[in-house]
Design a protein around this ligand. Structure first.
Ligand SMILES: [Mg+2]
Length: 209
């Protein structure tokens, strides 16, 4: 069982993101957010390299990094039932994996988060330099888990074409979205596979897979 991170196991907090970007704007004296999102390597390169590339001066670097880490620390909190579900899966004999497209900040905070030690395989795009939906990122996780892709089930909110990407390597894929809301991404609103609105529900779907 392989999980996406953002908007799957944790929430993206837009208000906290706005505050972080304002804090960074004050530190650097320009609009940080636009430059960050224009950097094609933001999730596949060391964060200080990305930040230098978008024009963060050396003297502001430590403070900018600290602001980013504060934001990630704030967000890296499991959704309701997530920790219990991960533990249950392992107790039932499933390997539990993570595939996340993220900046290096997530990897830095991960060991102090409530997720530390709950996974058998953790694949961070920032560590391996590959993003979803590149087949290699799914295959890297399967290899670490010691399973074939056809034996694996991926759960995600559908960003980065991740659900179809999982299917293309032979995995089954489950869409997660918030109860009473449409999926976040237009391309998965007509998703024809299983859907859940909470992490514990994947246990029920798994029984039917
Ligand atoms: Mg996501």
């Amino acid at each position: 069982m392989i999980f996406d991170l953002w908007e799957t196991l944790i929430d993206w907090d837009p208000e906290a993101a706005r505050r972080m970007n304002e804090r960074i704007d004050e530190l650097v004296g320009f609009g940080f957010r636009e430059r960050w999102y224009a950097a094609p390597n933001r999730y596949t390169a060391p964060v200080r390299e990305v930040l230098a590339g978008v024009g963060i001066a050396a003297e502001a670097m430590d403070d900018v990094c600290a602001a980013r880490l504060d934001f990630v620390r704030h967000c890296l909190v499991p959704r309701a039932g997530a920790v219990g579900t991960l533990r249950r899966l392992r107790a039932d004999g499933y390997g539990v994996g993570l595939i996340t497209v993220c900046s290096e900040d997530v990897e830095a905070i991960w060991p102090e988060s409530a997720f530390a030690g709950l996974f058998d395989a953790e694949v961070f795009s920032s560590r391996i330099g590959i993003s979803k939906p590149d087949p290699r990122i799914y295959l890297a996780c399967c290899e670490e888990l010691g399973v074939e892709p056809r034996e694996a089930v991926f759960v995600g909110d559908g960003a980065n074409d991740e659900l179809e990407g999982a299917r293309r390597v032979g995995m089954q894929a489950i869409l997660i979205h918030k109860h009473g809301q449409d999926p976040l991404w237009p391309e998965v609103r007509t998703w024809d596979g299983p859907r859940v609105t909470t992490i514990p529900e994947v246990l029920e779907v798994l029984e039917r897979c």
